[in-house]
Design a protein around this ligand. Sequence first.
Ligand code: KG4
Ligand code: ZN
Length: 329
Amino acid sequence: MKILAFESSCDETACAIVENGRVVFSNVIASQILTHQKTQGVVPEVAARKHVPKLIAVYTEALKQAGMTMNEIDAIACSVKPGLVNCLITGASMASTLAMIYKKPLIPVNHKLGHVLSCMLNSEDDFEYPVVVLSVSGGHNELYFMKSPTEIELLGSTLDDAAGEAYDKVAKMLGMKYPGGPEISRAATNGNPKKYKLPYPLPTQKLNFSFSGLKTNVKYLIQELSKSLPLEEFRDDVAASFQWTINNNLSRKLVECAIDKQALEIHLVGGVSANLDLREQISNRKPDNMIFRRPLDFNFCTDNAAMIASAAFFVPKTEWKNPGESLEV
Ligand code: KG4
Ligand code: ZN
């Protein structure tokens, strides 16, 4: 079954075609990063307006790259929640219109489910269940217990900020560009991760996370250091110390949870899963016999439509819409 999907929940306008939840025929992403760098973050109204002129372009390109016409597409999907509502509406309108024109079923997909299943994209392996999944992104930070692609239980989440948001805010404090994650990890390669000791966030809860306190600690540290040093002299060390602390927290909670749950595999997904230090900390910490997967392509970590097309394959038929039936975002 070939599904064509749209993703427009935040600042990526994307369209992809995926077969049976796995085989990616095309994965086209138009990023708005340059626009949002000017404001050092996403302004929802601006993001929504930017999606509109890109939707037809990414759709046409996805069909072209796959070498397909709409006759070969079995269903159309789009992310419907969570996300910026103005932005979601653009992709959902495009998907609904195409479903009506081409008389195809329409599959609403939860954006978070897309991330959770994203290790499946282009993978030739069958997963060994149960799997514990850590989904870390700009908007969400969650631990899941997965018995199959359709049996997924939420174990814990952040009580305040997501890890990606903390990366973005700390990067902003250090005068870096949006999005902050890649900037911090680049600066951290030149810094000493043990230079500044930052507290381990939320030690009393094994399954939940909290990063707003860590953010404040970094803010005070920067204020203190700025009294005697120029930013360039401590920036890389602060970036490295922050990255080590947050990744130590994420990797410990993930691996300890997976051991408690007797998981056979651990999966790391979402935008922050692109972080190489986080991948390394998890690899070093996990038991040898536990399989560690992350999305097979960096484009499957951050927001993309391939993961939406993949997740759509597992959405029960009772949730599908007929062409012309309304979608809720
Ligand atoms: O999944 P995503 O594209 O959007 C949401 O659903 O939120 O994730 C974006 C987040 C941003 O906060 C960005 O800074 C972070 O992922 N990110 C990274 C890296 N690449 C992207 N964080 C740490 N290290 C990276 N290499
Ligand atoms: Zn996302």
